[in-house]
Write a protein that binds this ligand. Structure first.
Ligand SMILES: O=C(O)CCC(=O)C(=O)O
Ligand SMILES: [Fe+2]
Length: 199
């Protein structure tokens, strides 16, 4: 299907289906969503356990959903809040663009360059095989890194801009890892929303 938005970039990496829409949201719309979500979201600090040690996650999170289903990853179980007006507006737009209905949305707040999201893949059981993940970025632009799991020569860097949408589907989560690396630069806050189908 041809997108509704003229500017769409197909990454064309092997074993993946990744499309980037740099100007998915208008500037003013993206600005107001950022301000509202920053203020109204009940941001939580979670901890993950690695080899028996407890670490604060290097970012704040919140889960929203329309089916009450929890989301579990890294020994952590998140329970969903009910969608707010502003999240539903974004959700409707993402669904129109992707032709997909999502149940859940995981929000990440990267407060500054020390906040990050380490190498991982979104392959949790409750997402099913070949999950579609729609990722909206607001605020400070940050680099998104991709690396192939088996062919070490395959990597990609992408700057995720304010108001952009990144769609990952097909075998992407099976074959690729992704991360948001830390940066030493003094930078502002970024909010990321990943819409998912949690069965
Ligand atoms: O912040 C991002 O762009 C990526 C977030 C992510 O990979 C995740 O929450 O699984
Ligand atoms: Fe992810």
């Amino acid at each position: 299907m041809k997108g509704l938005f003229p500017n769409e970039v197909h990454l064309n990496l092997p074993d993946s289906d990744i499309v980037y829409y740099p100007d998915f949201l208008e500037r003013s719309e993206a600005d107001s969503h950022f301000d509202l979500l920053y203020k109204e979201t009940p941001w939580q600090q979670d901890h993950i356990s690695l080899f028996g040690k407890r670490y604060a996650q290097p970012r704040l999170t919140a889960l929203y959903g329309n089916n009450g289903k929890p989301y579990s990853y890294s020994n952590l179980v998140m329970l969903p809040h009910s969608y707010t007006e502003s999240l539903l507006k974004i959700k409707n737009k993402v669904e129109a663009q992707s032709g997909t209905s999502f149940t859940s949305c995981l929000l990440n707040l990267y407060r500054n360059g020390r906040d990050s999201n380490g190498w991982h893949t979104d392959n949790e059981k409750e997402l099913g095989k070949h999950p579609i993940i729609a990722s909206v970025s607001l605020g400070q632009e940050r680099f998104f890194h991709l690396k192939h799991r088996t062919d070490k020569s395959l990597k990609q860097k992408l700057l995720l801009q304010h108001g952009s949408l990144l769609l990952m589907k097909g075998p992407t989560q099976e074959a690729w890892l992704h991360q948001i690396p830390k940066t030493a630069k003094p930078i502002g806050a970024r909010i990321n929303l990943t819409f998912r189908i949690i069965a």
